[in-house]
Design a protein around this ligand. Structure first.
Ligand SMILES: Cc1cc2nc3c(=O)[nH]c(=O)nc-3n(C[C@H](O)[C@H](O)[C@H](O)COP(=O)(O)O)c2cc1C
Length: 485
């Protein structure tokens, strides 16, 4: 893979992406809403490049912010070390069965502890800690503050086993830059670690990185199975362990090549008002609540650091493509590994933020098979958080095509018979439907959009020309029809 093997940090990643023509620069944008809005305009375009913001108003040149890092197949494929010229189809093909392999191999890639690294070019103690010394964006117009942690990796450990977890949990700058809140939703691995530390020691050590090889964002921001360390998982993806240094205060690891990193402790009572924030659901739906906040004990950073931004919002947003691709691959892998036969394809649609709308294509083998696929898909650990709809379609329907999935629903689902609902399932604080003060349950539906098992043979034939006939006519009139298939 050559050039891909050399990528070790965000700078290496950027250099390769630039060489591939995948990066554009914007100079002179303001951290206050302009970086966010320019990024949003980019996500909505047909082929969003990665954007590097430099010469940010009020900050020295060189202090950069990167967005849209993985908003297309080429850059996501590159980040996952699968190739530098993949399109959507090739990426999905290349990813097949990979998440399971990476998880299985992770323990062979124990992190490599090093004495020091570029992240220690500058080390700042609590007395001088100021996160606003960096051009931290106010991403959306109605956000409650500036968020340094969007594409971040927050590290915690299990106090009993020492297993390290990395989660992308958003971090808002607090207390004029001397503190940052860490917004971990209940049920996430980091939340369990913090709870256990509180019970044992009364405080929880935390480190966080705000600029790194985007691969670390993929693993931190995706539901890697519990007990598998995300850094080892990243090592398995790269085929090489990740170098870490130990934080001077907490002893927790940090990527040695991080651009900016912090450490500190969370205490049960130390909270600050957090939010609102434009969420991945497409709303400012989380409101403002007191959230665990850490006073910054150390800031480490490189010269001219690059923040890895990944602001959500109404999809498509910064990481909705990455999430759709990763979720789809992980859920498909998990369903197949569960022993379920006939699963031909899974797609977690961007319109549902990669979580709320799953389409699963199945080759029906027995009565009840389609519903079994639907129920299981809705509750697999990789899918359960905030799923709302699972649409099960026959194998002749492309689960990635929203048009074809909706067509199957309209023609193969009898609403009174074929929609099953589940209650008190794993929802989220950021669900716009949740009422204040109510625990974050949701409900969800399995929509069976397969031909009824009892009429499989007798169901009307699809009114669509056969592949053979289509091939014949496109070959006959290539000037007119050649580019259409
Ligand atoms: C850019 C980005 C931001 C995210 N922000 C949050 C957040 O603020 N809180 C949260 O609980 N999950 C957030 N997530 C989702 C978690 O990172 C994801 O569920 C991940 O699997 C959590 O790690 P864990 O499974 O080890 O707990 C975010 C994901 C991404 C990609």
């Amino acid at each position: 893979m050559g050039a891909l093997d050399d990528v070790d940090d965000l700078r290496g990643w950027l250099a390769l992406a630039e060489k591939l023509g995948e990066v554009r620069s914007i100079h002179g944008a303001h951290w206050d809403k302009e970086i966010g809005a320019a990024s949003e305009a980019n996500y909505k375009s047909a082929a969003p490049p990665a954007l590097v913001f430099d010469d940010i108003v009020g900050y020295p040149p060189g202090m950069r912010v990167l967005t849209a890092s993985m908003s297309n197949a080429r850059r996501l494929g590159m980040t996952l070390r699968l190739g530098t010229d993949l399109d959507d189809r090739a990426l999905i093909e290349a990813l097949r069965s990979k998440p399971g392999e990476w998880g299985a191999n992770a323990s062979r890639y124990t992190v490599n502890e090093v004495e020091t690294g570029p992240v220690k070019e500058h080390v700042i103690g609590p007395e001088n800690a100021d996160l606003l010394a960096f051009p931290v964006p106010q991403w959306h117009e109605a956000d409650g503050g500036r968020y340094i942690g969007t594409g971040c990796a927050v590290f915690t450990t299990d106090p009993e086993t020492g297993v390290l977890n990395a989660g992308a949990y958003r971090m808002q700058v607090q207390n004029g830059g001397r503190a940052a809140s860490v917004n971990i939703e209940a049920g996430k691995h980091g939340a369990a670690h913090v709870r256990e530390w509180f019970a044992r020691e009364g405080r929880a050590p935390v480190t966080a990185s705000f600029g790194h090889d985007p691969l670390l964002l993929v693993v931190a921001g995706t539901e890697v199975p519990a007990g598998v360390s995300e850094l080892e998982y990243a090592g398995a993806v790269r085929g090489r362990p990740v170098d870490v240094i130990r934080g001077e205060v907490t002893g927790l690891p940090l990527p040695a090549t991080a651009e900016i990193a912090v450490e500190g402790w969370l205490y049960p009572e130390r909270r600050e008002q957090e939010g609102p924030f434009g969420e991945w659901t497409g709303y400012y739906s989380g409101g403002t609540e007191p959230v665990l906040t850490m006073d910054i004990e150390r800031i480490y950073h490189r010269n001219d650091p690059v923040q890895l931004g990944a602001p959500p919002g109404k999809p498509p947003h910064d990481y909705s493509y990455m999430r759709s691709v990763m979720k789809s691959a992980m859920i498909q892998d998990a369903l197949i590994q569960s022993g379920l036969p006939g699963v031909e394809g899974v797609w977690a649609h961007e319109a549902g933020g990669g979580r709320q709308l799953l389409a699963v294509a199945v080759q029906q083998r027995y009565a009840g098979h389609a519903r079994q696929v639907g129920y299981l898909a809705a509750q697999m650990p990789a899918a359960a958080y905030m799923n709302k709809f699972v649409v099960v379609v026959d194998a002749d329907v492309n689960p990635r095509s929203l048009n074809d999935v909706v067509w199957a629903m309209c023609t193969r689902t009898d609403p009174a018979e074929d929609i099953e609902t589940m209650r008190q399932t794993w929802g989220s604080r950021v669900d716009p439907l949740r009422e204040q003060g109510v625990p974050p349950f949701n409900t969800r539906a399995v929509i069976d959009a397969c031909r009824p098992w009892t009429r499989l043979e007798a169901f009307p034939r699809v009114a669509e020309a056969s592949e053979e006939l289509l091939d014949r006519v496109t070959r006959r009139w290539p000037d007119v029809l050649g580019g259409m298939r």
